[in-house]
Write a protein that binds this ligand. Structure first.
Ligand code: SF4
Length: 92
């Protein structure tokens, strides 16, 4: 784990975590550490020492549109976004 970064939830580095009215999770089995998500939304995502994407405390200040853009950018569709009622936001 990259200890220079504060996690949104230290018990669940890659989520699921609640951000506003969304639930966001990185599927660590799918994530290949391409890092596109953290390049697009560096306040939301970072790579840990295993090369897996983790969700940062500062995610709360990131616009939903940017989070969506980061999710869409993931080459293996490892970032999953849902509404609180379980309805999928991305991927659909
Ligand atoms: S873009 Fe996808 S594969 Fe790359 S680090 Fe982010 S979640 Fe992992």
């Amino acid at each position: 784990m990259n200890m220079n970064k504060n996690l949104k939830d230290k018990n669940r580095p890659s989520g699921p975590v609640r951000v506003g009215n969304l639930i966001i999770e990185v599927d660590r089995d799918l994530c290949i550490g391409a890092g596109t998500c953290s390049a697009i939304a560096p306040l939301a995502f970072a790579l840990d020492n295993d090369g897996k994407s983790i969700i940062l405390e500062t995610v709360d200040g990131v616009q939903t549109d940017l989070l969506l853009e980061a999710a869409r950018s993931c080459p293996v569709i490892a970032i999953i976004m849902k509404k609180e009622n379980g309805e999928k936001v991305f991927p659909r």
